[in-house]
Ligand binder design. Structure first.
Ligand code: ATP
Ligand code: MG
Length: 561
C-alpha cells in the first residue's frame, strides 16, 4: 500500500475505505453493504479476486455485509457451470456471503414494473430504429446525437408496444425500450440509452418466462437499490455510466439510494484477463480446461497449489487506486513464496535422476536419517529418510568436466548429501552413446548427519533419494502462458503463446514420505521449488504440479543480463 498512515480502525487505507469511513462518521449509514456482481459467463480470474477481496474485505472490516449477486441478464452466454464454479471459487478464496445470494433475474418482475413507470412518466419510449440506425443517430464524442423519429410517441402507444414486446409479438431486434434523456448530452451513455431488448432465448433460471431482457445499465443500479447496497464498487470503465446510474435511481421509486464508486481494474504481466480470451484459450485447446494451472483463473491457481491466503495478500499489497496499471506476475508469485517458505513441509525429490552407487555401503542394508521438516517452523519436527547403497541425485548436480564455478559433484570431488553423509565420486559409468548413466562413489561413515568430525568442508550439499525406497512420480513444470509481458501488444495475442509453458517430467524419484503429502497444500522439494499434488494423482501414479520456483527465475535471468 502506498499510504503508510494507518487509520484509527487499524484496517487498510485506500480512497474507497476512506469514503466509507467518512460516510460512517457522518452517520449516512449504520454499516456498509457491498456486493460482488459477476456475470456468469466464465470462470473467475485474479482480477475478480481483487474485487472480491475489496468488497468482502470492506464488509468484514466495517461490520457490514457483502452480497454475491449474479448479474444474469444475458441468457445467451450464461450457464449453470459458471454459477457453480463462481460460488466455489469465492468460498475457496475465503469469503462467505451467508444468506445473501442473489440473482438479477429474480428482479425481472420489478424491473419490468419500473420500465412501465418510466413510460407513464414520459421518460421512456419504444424505438423501432435498427441497431445500425441507432448507431448513426447516436452521434460521436464531438457531435451531438439526433432524436429518434419515435421519441414523440404517446404514453399509451409506448405502453401498448412495450407490452406487446413482452408478449412476444415481435422478433429479436425489432424494437427496444429507451430512456428519454438527452441526445445532446456530452456523455453518450445519456443519449436515450437502451433499457430493454427483445431476445427470444431461454434463460438458465427464468426459462421461457421472458423474451425481453433488461440491459446492464437498467439492471445494475436497481438491483443495488433493491438489496440496499450502500457502496456499489465497480471498475473504471463504468465511470461514464455513473450519470445514468444516478438518473435511474432518481427517476424510479426505488427503496434505497446506492452510490457507485470506481477503481482501477487489475492487469498482470504474461497473461490475459479478458473473459473472451480465457474462453478462447479453453475452447481452442491451448490449455487443458478452466482449471489449467497456467491460467490466471482462481480454479487454475487452486489446481496449481496456490494458497488462497497468498492471493489475498497480493490483493492487499497492490491496494486500490484510480489509475490503471499492470502488476508484475512476479509480485503475486512472491506472495506465494513468502507464505510457503514459512509454512510448507520440506521434502526431497529428484526430478531428473542420475543413479549413484555407494560402493563401500553394504548391499541390502539401509538406515534412516533425521531430516528437518521446516527450518522456519520448529514445531514441524523431523522425519525419517531412508538411506541405502543405491541412490538418485539430480542429473544437473554432476559434471564430468566442471567449469570453475561449478561446485557440485565431479570426478574425485567430495560433496554432502543432505542430512546424510559426505560422498566422493570415484568412477563415471557411460552407455554406448557416451551418456553418463551411473556414478560410483564412496561415503565417509564418520560424517553421518552431514558433518565431518575433522572439520573438513565441502562446497555443495545435494538432495537425493534412496533408489529402493523411492516413489515414482510425474511432475508438471509450468511457465508463463505467454512469452511476453504484454501479450498482444503488437499483433494477435495468440501468436504470443509460450510454446514451453508446460514441461511434463516422468520417472521422477520422491522420498517415500511424499506418498502422504497433503493433497491441497504445497510441499517444498528441497532446492527445487514448491509442488502440490494434482487431482490426477493416484496412489499408483502420483502427480505433482509445480506451484512456484524457489526464486524468481525471470528476475534472476534479467539481473544476469
Ligand atoms: P471481462 O471484462 O473480462 O468480461 P467483466 O468485468 O465483465 O470481465 P464481471 O463478471 O462482470 O466480469 O465482473 C464482476 C466484477 O468483477 C465486476 O464488478 C468487475 O468490475 C470486477 N472485475 C472484473 N475484472 C476485473 C479486474 N481485472 N480487476 C478488478 N476487478 C475486476
Ligand atoms: Mg461485466
Amino acid at each position: 500500500m502506498s499510504d503508510s498512515e494507518t487509520p484509527a480502525d487499524g484496517g487498510p487505507r485506500d480512497f474507497i475505505r476512506d469514503i466509507i469511513r467518512a460516510d460512517l462518521a457522518a452517520g449516512r449509514m449504520a454499516a456498509p453493504v457491498t456486493r460482488f456482481p459477476p456475470e456468469p459467463n466464465g470462470y473467475l480470474h485474479i482480477g475478480h479476486a481483487k474485487s472480491i477481496c475489496l468488497n468482502f474485505g470492506i464488509a468484514r472490516e466495517f461490520g457490514g455485509r457483502c452480497h454475491l449477486r449474479f448479474d444474469d441478464t444475458n441468457p445467451v452466454k450464461e450457464e449453470m457451470e459458471y454459477i457453480n464454479s463462481i460460488q466455489a471459487d469465492v468460498r475457496w478464496l475465503g469469503f462467505d456471503w451467508g444468506e445473501h445470494l442473489y440473482f438479477a433475474s429474480d428482479y425481472f418482475d420489478r424491473l419490468y414494473e419500473w420500465a412501465e413507470h418510466l413510460i407513464h412518466a414520459g421518460k421512456a419510449f419504444v424505438c423501432d430504429l435498427s441497431a445500425e440506425q441507432m448507431r448513426e443517430y447516436r452521434g460521436t464524442l464531438t457531435e451531438p446525437g439526433r432524436e429518434s423519429p419515435h421519441r414523440g410517441r404517446s404514453i399509451d402507444e409506448n405502453l401498448d408496444l412495450f407490452r406487446r414486446m413482452r408478449a412476444g409479438e415481435f422478433p429479436d431486434g425489432a424494437r427496444v425500450l429507451r430512456a428519454k434523456i438527452d441526445m445532446a448530452s456530452g456523455n453518450i451513455n445519456m443519449r436515450d440509452p437502451v433499457l430493454y431488448r427483445i431476445l427470444h432465448a431461454r434463460h438458465p433460471r427464468t426459462g421461457d418466462a421472458w423474451c425481453i431482457y433488461p440491459t446492464y445499465d437498467f439492471t445494475h443500479g436497481q438491483s443495488d437499490a433493491i438489496e440496499q447496497i450502500t457502496h456499489s464498487i465497480c471498475t473504471l470503465e463504468f465511470e461514464d455510466h455513473r450519470p445514468l446510474y444516478d438518473w435511474l435511481i432518481e427517476n424510479l421509486p426505488v427503496p434505497s439510494t446506492p452510490h457507485q464508486y470506481e477503481f482501477a481494474r487489475l492487469n498482470i504481466t504474461y497473461t490475459v484477463l479478458s473473459k473472451r480470451r480465457l474462453i478462447q484459450l479453453v475452447t481452442e485447446g491451448h490449455v487443458k480446461g478452466w482449471d489449467d494451472p497456467r491460467l490466471p483463473t482462481l480454479s487454475g491457481y487452486r489446481r496449481r497449489g496456490f494458497p488462497p491466503a497468498a492471493i489475498r495478500e497480493f490483493a492487499a499489497r497492490i491496494g486500490v487506486s484510480k489509475s490503471n496499471a499492470t502488476m508484475e506476475v512476479a509480485a503475486l508469485e512472491a506472495c506465494a513464496r513468502e507464505l510457503l517458505n514459512r509454512t510448507a513441509l520440506r521434502r526431497m525429490a529428484v526430478l531428473r535422476p542420475l543413479k549413484v552407487v555407494i560402493e563401500n555401503y553394504p548391499a541390502g542394508e539401509s538406515e534412516t536419517l533425521d531430516a528437518v521438516n521446516n527450518p522456519e517452523d520448529e514445531a514441524a519436527g523431523v522425519r525419517a529418510v531412508p538411506f541405502s547403497r543405491e541412490l538418485y541425485i539430480e542429473r544437473e548436480d554432476f559434471m564430468e568436466d566442471p567449469p570453475k564455478k561449478f561446485f557440485r559433484l565431479a570426478p574425485g570431488r567430495e560433496v554432502r548429501l543432505r542430512y546424510a553423509y559426505f560422498v566422493t565420486c570415484t568412477e563415471v559409468i557411460k552407455d554406448a552413446a557416451g551418456q553418463v548413466v551411473e556414478l560410483r562413489c564412496t561415503y565417509d561413515p564418520a560424517t553421518r548427519g552431514g558433518n565431518a568430525p575433522d572439520g573438513r568442508k565441502v562446497k555443495a550439499t545435494l538432495h537425493w533419494v534412496s533408489a529402493a525406497h523411492a516413489l515414482d512420480a510425474e511432475v508438471r513444470l509450468y511457465d508463463h502462458l505467454f512469452a511476453r509481458p504484454d501479450p498482444g501488444a503488437d499483433g494477435d495475442v495468440m501468436d504470443d503463446l509460450n510454446p514451453d509453458s508446460l514441461e511434463v517430467l516422468t520417472g521422477c524419484k520422491l522420498e517415500p514420505a511424499l506418498a502422504d503429502a497433503p493433497k491441497d497444500y504445497p510441499v517444498q522439494f528441497e532446492r527445487l521449488g514448491y509442488f502440490t499434488p494434482d487431482p490426477d494423482w493416484t496412489d499408483a501414479a502420483p502427480v505433482f504440479n509445480r506451484t512456484a520456483t524457489l526464486r524468481d527465475a525471470w528476475a534472476k535471468a534479467q539481473a544476469r543480463g
